[in-house]
Ligand binder design. Structure first.
Ligand code: PGA
Length: 257
């Protein structure tokens, strides 16, 4: 059974007072939305605040990255165990804003996936092509390379312990979302590929779309059959808009596979 899931990626935004208002409004605004699941991924310093405010509510929270190491001399890094100590259930890994800046390679993202699962977190594994790759018609090739690298490292069966997110780099933060048809066709392709490898994994894995998802396109994108939800950056900074996206996700039936 696949339920729709909406994840806010707050990136490097917010403050203690702003987060407080955002979370209170989000709790109130989503209290009737029981058909979908909601997660907020905060910058690490705010995870304690998220834990204080969200404990006991249906909204989960998570980090935006984590180290592939358990502990040690890694200045500025945060371990999976630390995220768990702050009540996180999720962690974003391999976001293009990190992959693109030399921090994360395909193999280190795979390691993070394994470490996250071992610690009891659900990793949200991001993949997607750049504008150049898109223009060259390489979307399938690039996403399959990223997915295969993950499968080789963690094994196909482990994939369902995490979540996949297709985030075309050209759509992130640009206001130019993929069309619902394009997003559906890529997710359908990725799911089909996984079904060929392992039907159970392919049918049950949750795959999100991310990249300029907003109040104007949420209904059309989230209604697509292979799109199990969204990873929302910019629009998660506007609480009212983010609640509308959550409402759109809540409106669609659970996909019973
Ligand atoms: P965006 O970001 O919604 O601002 O495009 C999405 C993401 O980076 O996850």
């Amino acid at each position: 059974m696949r339920r729709k899931l909406v994840v806010a990626n707050r990136k490097m935004n917010g403050s203690i007072p702003e987060n407080k208002v955002f979370l209170k409004e989000l709790i109130a605004g989503t209290e009737d939305f029981s058909n979908a699941d909601f997660v907020v991924c905060f910058p690490h310093p705010y995870l304690g605040q998220a834990q204080d405010i969200l404990t006991g509510t249906p909204i989960a929270w998570g980090g935006q990255n984590m180290s592939r190491y358990d502990h040690g001399p890694y200045t500025g890094s945060v371990s999976a165990k630390m995220l768990v100590e702050f009540g996180c259930q999720y962690v974003i890994i391999g976001h293009s804003e990190r992959r693109g800046r030399g921090h994360d390679s395909d193999s280190s993202v795979g390691e993070r996936f394994q470490v996250a699962v071992k610690a009891g977190l659900k990793p949200i594994f991001c993949m997607g092509e750049t504008l150049e790759e898109f223009e060259q018609g390489l979307t399938d090739l690039v996403t399959i390379r990223q997915l295969n690298s993950l499968i080789q490292q963690v094994g196909i069966k482990s994939l369902t312990q995490g979540i996949l997110a297709y985030e075309p780099v050209w759509a992130i933060g640009t206001g130019k979302a993929a069309s619902p048809e394009h997003a559906q066709s890529i997710l359908h392709f990725l799911r089909g590929y996984l079904i060929l490898k392992d039907p159970e994994v392919g049918k049950h894995i949750s795959i999100l779309y991310g990249g300029s998802l907003n109040r104007g396109n949420a209904v059309d994108i989230l209604s697509m059959p292979d799109i199990d939800g969204g990873l929302v950056g910019t629009a998660s900074l506007n609480t009212e808009e983010f609640i509308e996206i959550c409402q759109a996700a809540n409106a669609f039936m659970v996909c019973d596979v």
